[in-house]
Design a protein around this ligand. Structure first.
Ligand code: GLN
Length: 494
């Protein structure tokens, strides 16, 4: 079997057994990245740096180093700053920007022995659901190159699905790990807000932004998350918890469960608002089939309600732009990235720099955000949204009295065609309906492959857990993946 077919756990074994060296593996994947250039997944490939790091990983292994991710090649969404590669956040504004330091998540993965092959395409400043808002062109879905891979972590999802990397980092503010994972048949986890440090992640909406993983299995997500997470004094919102090993407990199943029914005793709540009449029937069919598998594994399904699900769309699209308008004010041509040539005066420099550097969706969000924060509209929009955000979080806590995990679809449809949504941004906003509630509440969520819908496009099952219950989510997804093969399907021509 060629090494690109192996996930992180399998590669760890292959490297430990000396079936493959990190240099061989890295060379192989670099060749694949070149061969699949048409996908548009990578914005920057660091072949030289990766090969050097691989050679040093092989040497460390020969000396007995047993770091958990030693010699495993990964790639990072281009919103993580990296000292050895440029960081653009998918924006012209940051073209040519080089950070003097690594994001905490990147640094921790490096400390665990992982290698970075480069930086992955994404929507500009992570604003979008299809990777169509990148200033550096769209990303193609490996399952159908005429379709989007989802967004904003579209490059991460496409690279993992096309077997260019075994796993990649992503960020999720309102669904940007879960939705592209769903659209590409990959497994994604967004942990509880505060589990991964935001230090060195280009900020979009700081009260929502969270780092996570896109990989080929729950086990691989667990391996990476164990290395990435844990308290970081450099992020004031980082949860004061020690790093956790999410991978080791996976084999155990629910406490007191048997091998054939590893999910015995697990109560899965299905919010009725996650199964509206408008849900595409093929998506619903795939999700229900995955739920039936979970039942066979011992879980019980029950109905719950998240009555403010629909409201999460306006609430998110007020709060996220409000925070973005503030975060993006730093791009004024003075300190970071692009600066307009020959401005007449200072004001002209600010104006022209921002007019040239930002794309249309980013400008739209800055305008919406500035509007909802302005005197006279603050109470009517921003404050109302904040109050509703709390109520949405409370609704989840009511559900978690009756169930351990909440499940439903990730998105109302499979991946759409590139360009299909035209100029109407609201179409994409509405499609975020099932990922936004969990984001607003700060809860952990996963997308787990659940088979295929229309035109043999992948469908993801969403699992949402209570705060810091990542271990249970991963365990549930792992049990499903032990019993089914959906996550092993390879796109055609890959
Ligand atoms: N699609 C959502 C948006 O456009 C979510 C993006 C994200 O999670 N980064 O804002």
């Amino acid at each position: 079997m060629t090494p690109d077919r192996l996930g992180v756990a399998e590669l760890r074994q292959a490297l430990a057994a000396r079936d493959v060296s990190s240099v061989e593996l890295t060379k192989h994947l670099l060749a694949r990245i070149t061969a699949h250039h048409e996908l548009g997944a990578f914005l920057h490939v660091d072949a030289q740096g990766a090969l050097q790091a691989a050679a040093s990983a092989d040497m460390r292994r020969a000396r007995g180093d047993g770091s958990p991710l030693l010699g495993i090649p990964l790639a990072h969404k281009d919103v993580f700053v990296t000292a050895d590669a440029p960081t653009t956040a998918g924006s012209k504004m940051l073209a040519g920007y080089a950070s003097p330091f690594d994001a905490t998540v990147v640094a921790r993965l490096r400390q665990s022995g992982a290698i970075s092959l480069g930086k992955l395409n994404c929507d500009e400043f992570a604003m979008g659901s299809a990777n169509e808002n990148s200033a550096y062109g769209p990303v193609r879905n490996p399952w159908d190159r005429a379709r989007v891979p989802g967004g904003s972590s579209g490059g991460s999802a496409a690279a993992v699905a096309a077997r260019l990397v075994p796993a990649a980092t992503g960020t999720d503010t309102g669904g940007s790990i879960r939705q592209p994972a769903s659209f590409t048949g990959t497994t994604g986890i967004k942990p509880t807000y505060g589990v991964c440090s935001r230090y060195g992640i280009i900020a979009f909406a700081s009260s929502l932004d969270q780092a996570g993983v896109l990989a080929r299995s729950a086990e691989d997500c667990a391996l990476l998350l164990s290395a990435m997470g844990g308290h970081d004094a450099r992020d004031a919102t980082s949860a004061e918890r020690p790093p956790q090993d999410y991978a080791a407990p996976l084999a155990q199943g629910q406490a007191g469960a048997s091998a054939s029914r590893p999910l015995q005793g697990l109560r899965i709540g299905l919010p009725r608002e996650f199964f509206p009449a408008t849900l595409s029937p093929d998506v619903e069919g795939a999700v229900r089939a995955a739920l039936a598998e979970l039942e066979k594994l011992g879980a019980t399904l029950l109905d719950v309600s998240l009555p403010r699900t629909e409201l999460s769309i306006p609430v998110y699209y007020i709060i996220a732009p409000a925070e973005a308008s503030s975060n993006l004010s730093r791009y004024d041509g003075v300190r970071y990235g692009h600066r307009t040539a020959q401005p007449a005066d200072l004001l002209e420099m600010y104006r022209q720099t921002r007019a040239e550097g930002f794309g249309p969706e980013v400008k739209r969000r800055i305008m919406i955000g500035t509007y909802v924060l302005s005197h006279g509209y603050y109470d009517a929009y921003y404050l109302q949204a904040q109050k509703l955000r709390r109520m949405i979080a409370d609704d989840f806590q009511r559900c978690f009295k009756d169930c351990d995990v909440i499940a439903g679809p990730v998105a109302p449809s499979v991946a759409w065609k590139i360009g299909e949504q035209g100029d109407d941004p609201v179409k994409a906003y509405l499609a975020d309906i099932f990922t936004l509630p969990g984001s607003l509440a700060g809860l952990p969520g996963m997308s787990v492959p659940a088979g295929f819908g229309e035109q043999r496009m992948p469908v993801g099952l969403q699992l949402i857990g209570n705060y810091f219950d990542e271990a249970r989510l991963l365990q549930t997804a792992h049990a499903l993946q032990q019993a089914t093969d959906w996550h092993r399907a390879v796109p055609p021509g890959v």
